[in-house]
Ligand binder design. Structure first.
Ligand code: FE2
Ligand code: FE2
Length: 427
């Protein structure tokens, strides 16, 4: 039970004591801690708790560890808006205050007997579902839980919808008869995107001698794929960024780290003869889960940042401890929901454990490697002070020696200079 007033919690505990064992938490953070140590059969949470009852319900809904636990949400200020948001968060039952004790008891009973409903199967599997689809995990309950998480992630209150132009551009990029004109037409439909692309194309990074003010010329100069990637990363950055935080994630450092990893990944991919442009996008977007958690679960993410401050804990470990899930999991599900290509979904989901990806291990390993190189060279901020180790399986996969790694790190310095001028253009 998560309530912020002692008298109220005493009252409810007394009321339920004959039949149930209760644990009380006074805010969202305490609640997640209690969920980790002794997971309950049902959560009763007040809307007004510090950390926000609805956000706690959302967090439970997107966590692979907790999403099977039903949530009963109570609120003193009922409104249709909250009812709808509660439904999106997967809340089993919503109870407006004041309520009779028997009412709460019957809602708890109902929540305990009805399983948390998994949405209908969707046409496209997320990276976490691919194994199940391939028969590796197979159990329908596991598949249902994964689908439910994906469905909850997309319904996080305030999460931007990925622009329709993205889907069109990705469709175009896949089509064999894509033309520069068709791409230019799509981009023009979003004037702010058009301005961003022209700004980037004219930046020092591309070093073009003449100013380019036509998108068609830009596409013919840089190529279809490069422009499509610029559009996609700019859309993600604009969609997920654009918020301010006083505490929590170092946002400037975060975007530097993302762009830096993209540039390093592209250059490493060329050396290792792997798809360079997908590696670029993978590097750019691998950590998007961090901004989702920082932006929509700020009370929790401030705690994550507090844990990593001492330099003894990795950000993924701190996320697991505070939130019960990691940025890689959230980012991977979001990428699936936003219909990123399957290889990109795998990069985002598995970049901290590349060999656990069931497909595209080469690309995932490459972004993992570039992420660590970027962290080692301290370009931007990965969020914590610990530079992760390169997975030994990745070293083996690319037959990398310590010396080879040093050479990569040396060239990466040049890539990061390029990333710097790109960042300058982005403003
Ligand atoms: Fe990461
Ligand atoms: Fe990273």
């Amino acid at each position: 039970m998560v309530v912020d007033r002692e008298r109220f919690s005493d009252l409810i505990c007394k009321m339920l004591s004959g039949k149930y064992q209760t644990t009380v938490a006074s805010d969202g953070l305490q609640a997640v801690r209690a969920l980790q140590t002794s997971p309950p059969d049902v959560i009763v949470v007040e809307m007004s708790i510090p950390g926000n009852g609805l956000r706690l319900a959302e967090l439970v809904g997107i966590s692979p560890k907790f999403n099977h636990i039903p949530v009963v949400l109570t609120s003193a200020n009922p409104s249709m808006d909250i009812v709808l948001k509660a439904k999106d968060a997967g809340v089993s039952s919503y109870l407006a205050k004041p309520f009779r004790p028997s009412e709460l008891a019957s809602r708890i009973e109902q929540a305990l007997t009805e399983p948390v409903v998994a949405p209908e199967p969707s046409a496209e599997a997320s990276p976490g579902e691919q194994g199940a689809a391939a028969g590796a995990e197979g159990a329908p309950a596991v598949e249902g839980a994964k689908r439910a998480i994906r469905d909850r992630v997309k319904k996080i209150d305030g999460l931007p919808v990925f622009p329709a132009t993205h889907a069109e551009i990705m469709k175009l990029a896949k089509s064999e008869n894509a033309t520069s004109e068709a791409l230019a037409e799509q981009i023009k439909m979003d004037p702010s995107m058009l301005a961003t692309i022209l700004k980037l194309v004219n930046s020092a990074y591309y070093g073009l001698r003449k100013k380019v003010d036509s998108l068609k010329v830009a596409v013919s100069l840089l190529g279809f794929e490069e422009i499509a990637n610029l559009v996609m990363s700019a859309q993600v950055f604009q969609g997920l960024g654009g918020y301010k935080n006083k505490l929590g994630l170092d946002l400037k450092g975060f975007w530097r780290h993302s762009v830096g990893t993209g540039f390093v990944a592209r250059s490493v991919a060329k050396k290792l003869q792997t798809e360079a442009e997908t590696a670029f996008l993978g590097g750019m977007l691998h950590d998007i889960g961090k901004v989702v958690l920082d932006r929509f679960f700020p009370d929790y993410y401030i705690q994550v940042m507090g844990l990593v401050k001492g330099g003894e804990m990795s950000i993924a470990q701190a996320e697991e401890d505070v939130l019960g899930l990691t940025h890689a999991e959230v980012g991977g599900q979001l990428a699936a929901e936003w219909k990123f290509s399957e290889n990109l979904q795998n990069v985002i989901m598995y970049h901290h454990a590349p060999e656990t990806a069931r497909r595209y291990q080469r690309l995932v390993g490459l972004v993992h490697l570039s992420d660590v190189i970027c962290r080692t060279l301290q370009f931007g901020s990965g969020g914590d002070m610990l530079v992760p180790q390169i997975d030994s399986a990745v070293m083996d996969r690319f037959a990398l020696t310590e010396k080879g790694l040093q050479i990569f790190a040396e060239t990466a310095k040049e890539d990061l200079e390029a990333a710097e001028s790109f960042l300058l253009a982005l403003g």
